[in-house]
Write a protein that binds this ligand. Structure first.
Ligand code: RM4
Ligand code: MN
Length: 381
């Protein structure tokens, strides 16, 4: 039943969505923003409290570095959530100007690799089973470095990380078309990520960040292909109008999100094996409600995907009924699933409208008052 499927949905929140963020032009600080990972987790727990389907928070290292990860995991548990994926960060150190694991200097490569291995140590302590790897590596000018040698260096680093993974742990390799490198990116697309993962083995899978493609890319095709090969590890959901905008998922193109979720459902990916993570920044909107809205957008797209009459679709496809097949899909997309989701929340003992329930709770005013002193979390902390 659709409601049962929706009930077991698991959407992971990014700790960094709760910190201050912005563009290269300006970071607008917001009142009440967390000052440390403990407070970020407290805010994430609010999102779970009102949606019931966001029980884990991903960490980004070193932004979320703490002395005692076991203690942080305990804090999360007390608030009714858990720690999810560990995201590595080899893009914010001066040493990484020319790359991290693909850097021409072996000492810099070693430093980057040590960080990745440290992230696996952290996974051991938090009980996380996913390491997410994104590399900002690339070049700005033709001839700047040897494209092929950089692939060799990348492969070497990935092998070392792979070898360090423990039982039940895996890494998800992320790709991105461009930025910060403007000429050549070492992991620019799903095909490159896929080829590296295939060579490494089953603990290496691809993560699809929905904001990391050229305009017009058919992302649901990529999803269908990777699922068919057992290589879709998860999503970094967000939406984009132009480049890597990191806006709320489902805000720019809810129809695309539905098409992606349909391929996930159709391909058997609606399981614990595919991680549904958000990777967003709320630069101008309040952060906790921004996350609640995003979770609701994913839920709505999922509900519509689950409502597709697969038998009718299959029959129309077999008959070559182009318009009939398209109509089956559109019927599901055009269904208003908000009453169904409100009902689901009531079945789960939650308020039917999470945005309103959070607004009523007074949490925002409370943290604005409490969180004085210290420095707010943001990119770089
Ligand atoms: C990158 C990529 C990573 C994220 C960083 C902050 O563009 O999407 O997943 O960790 O941004
Ligand atoms: Mn991402």
């Amino acid at each position: 039943m659709v409601k049962d499927e929706l009930r077991r949905q698991h959407i992971e929140l990014p700790s960094w969505a709760f910190g201050n963020s912005g563009t290269r032009f300006k970071v607008f600080a917001q009142p009440g923003v967390p000052r440390d990972p403990y407070e970020k987790i407290a805010d994430a727990a609010q999102v779970h409290r009102y949606t019931g389907v966001a029980p884990t928070v991903a960490l980004h290292i070193p932004w979320d570095r703490v002395d005692d990860y076991g203690d942080l995991a305990g804090h999360a548990r007390e608030l009714g959530v858990g720690i999810g994926a560990i995201n590595s960060n080899v893009f914010q150190d001066d040493d990484y100007k020319l790359g991290s694991v693909t850097h021409p200097d072996a000492a810099v490569r070693r430093k980057a690799l040590d960080h990745l291995l440290e992230c696996v140590d952290i996974m051991d302590r938090t009980g996380s089973d996913i390491l997410k790897l994104w590399f900002s590596d690339g070049t700005n000018y033709p001839g700047q470095d040897d494209i092929r040698a950089r692939q060799d260096r990348l492969a070497e680093a990935l092998e070392s990380v792979y070898a360090r993974l423990g039982e039940g742990q895996r890494f998800l390799l992320e790709y991105k078309l461009f930025e910060p490198a403007f000429y050549m990116t070492d992991l620019p697309d799903w095909g490159t990520a896929y080829a590296h993962c295939v060579k490494l083995g089953p603990k290496a899978q691809v993560v699809v960040d929905t904001g990391h493609h050229a305009p017009g890319t058919n992302i649901e095709f990529i999803v269908a292909f990777l699922l068919r090969e057992g290589k879709l590890g998860g999503f970094d959901f967000n939406s984009r109008f132009y480049a890597d905008d990191d806006l709320m998922v489902g805000a720019a193109d809810p129809f695309q999100l539905f098409r992606i979720m349909f391929e996930v459902v159709r391909g058997g990916g609606y399981t614990e094996d595919v991680a549904f993570m958000l990777d967003q920044c709320h630069n101008i909107e309040p952060k906790i409600p921004g996350q609640i809205r995003s979770v609701m957008n994913v839920q709505e797209a999922t509900a519509k995907a689950l409502l597709v009459d697969r038998d009718a679709l299959g029959a129309a496809q077999r008959e070559g009924d182009v318009l009939g097949a398209n109509a089956v899909l559109m019927d599901a997309y055009n269904t208003d699933v908000r009453p169904l989701l409100a009902q689901l929340r009531q079945d789960m003992g939650l308020a039917p409208d999470p945005m309103a329930a959070y607004a009523r709770s007074g949490y925002f005013d409370k943290v604005v008052e409490e969180r004085v002193g210290g420095s707010q979390a943001g990119w770089g902390a």
